[in-house]
Write a protein that binds this ligand. Sequence first.
Ligand SMILES: C[S@@+](CC[C@H](N)C(=O)[O-])C[C@H]1O[C@@H](n2cnc3c(N)ncnc32)[C@H](O)[C@@H]1O
Length: 215
Amino acid sequence: MDFSTVASHLLNNFSVDEIKAYNSIKTFDYIHLASMGHNDTEGYQIFTPEFIVKDMCAAIGDDIFDFSKNVLEPTSGDGAFTVYILLRRLEKALKGGNFELDSLRALSTIYSIEMDKELIKKQRNNILTAVSLFIKDHKIEVSEGYFEVFKCIIVKNFIWAMFNSDGPIDAGLFGTEVAYEMPKAEKNVFNPLDMPVWDISDNAIIVHEEGVEIW
Ligand SMILES: C[S@@+](CC[C@H](N)C(=O)[O-])C[C@H]1O[C@@H](n2cnc3c(N)ncnc32)[C@H](O)[C@@H]1O
């Protein structure tokens, strides 16, 4: 697949804010998680350390690493859970023999919501850093344009939004009242979010927005 063409097609349909988010994503030298002692400027908040993330994911079971299953982190901070889940999914993608498409699929069903703009920006960088280091460490060759497509998925799925922690959630269905667009929600204007749904086949990558079933 020509990933550069796919990325330009996706970017052509992005909003101005999405393009801005896309252009701001960069790699760090290493993953910067507050729970690892990096940049913990929050002080009063607890960011989950990796050993607890591992235990919690293990308690859910291996389904969480199955990239055909949707996972939502509704208050995701700088990505303690999303980075771990992505890295475990990348290991799986590596074993499958079709790393490029499977790693994009692995990312495309991880959804992340965070209301603090600086933290969601940091998390997007952590996610790009995680895949970049994984690719480097495993000496994987990726095609031109691969990282551009990866970044497009980050922009869509790692969302600056406010999770509706007050409202009831419709028995496992990701309905219309689960999260609200920022910055409007900060000003008490609650516009419900639809979520991006990716269709990644051998010859096309497309995205549309709808309610998503979260297992
Ligand atoms: C204690 S931190 C934990 C972050 C991450 N889940 C972890 O375990 O490291 C909680 C995060 O949830 C965010 N948050 C709190 N209420 C939220 C809401 N209603 N919608 C989205 N994010 C929220 C905060 O900004 C903060 O980054």
